[in-house]
Design a protein around this ligand. Sequence first.
Ligand SMILES: Nc1ncnc2c1ncn2[C@@H]1O[C@H](COP(=O)(O)OP(=O)(O)O)[C@@H](O)[C@H]1O
Ligand SMILES: [Mg+2]
Length: 265
Amino acid sequence: MTGPDALGLPDGAAPRFESLQTVRDGLRDVGYLADESISGVVYLADRLSKPVLVEGPAGTGKTQLAKSVADLTGSRLIRLQCYEGLDESKALYEWNYRKQLLRIQAGEHGKGELEGPSWKELEEDIFSEDFLLTRPLLEAIRATEPVVLLVDEVDRVELETEALLLEILSEYQVSIPELGTVRAAQLPMVFLTSNNTRELSEALKRRCLYLHIDYPDLDREREIVRANCARPPRCPRRSTGRARSCCSACRPSTPPAPKRRCTSC
Ligand SMILES: Nc1ncnc2c1ncn2[C@@H]1O[C@H](COP(=O)(O)OP(=O)(O)O)[C@@H](O)[C@H]1O
Ligand SMILES: [Mg+2]
């Protein structure tokens, strides 16, 4: 089993939740209605230090679950939005080539009469922290404060990127040839969501706890709408599609013009 000890991470990280009920009540307090299976999986993910793979149709609260867990635990939410073509340089890190080039040029122009920096000095300089662009996965690994990592719509990425994710989620470390190995200081809570547009690899599934969220029944849907109405008004586009049409109480006084893009959320 993978846990902080097995990964060589500093132990002693207290569990985030005392009990299953704490998860359920806490999520309710931040406006998310979790049933038994949702709160159970979140609780176990914390205890077992495992990522959660959340599958289900669009609009059933998969992304919101990760956001709400971040709210509940007072963690920073780091989101990796997946899309076709997402690669290591956008998911993990890349070097800031423009800045590196400028540094090289500045070295050449600035030397004047004097001897400029040697290539070795320059190389050490341009492959240092100052020239590194961190992307969500590396950011989550390097974070020292509590973090929830959301890998959203993972079914959109190609197999190679999925393999990269698997590697990161197994080791919680990243090897940057020029800088060395970066190890996680703490285990973030990780949520991967999938709309099931393609089958994910068995290896990735085995690495995660699995949660399927289906469309709610009518009573639950009413509850979700009420929970969303009880909070300060938010953009109606952010509530579930079916729910929106069934609740006259939460219809805004001035409905947004049809087909107009929402800029507030
Ligand atoms: N269980 C729930 N509790 C509270 N709100 C929910 C719940 N499920 C869905 N919602 C509402 O539906 C909206 C859409 O959910 P979202 O997480 O974006 O769906 P998905 O990621 O599954 O497509 C959320 O912003 C939230 O307002
Ligand atoms: Mg989503």
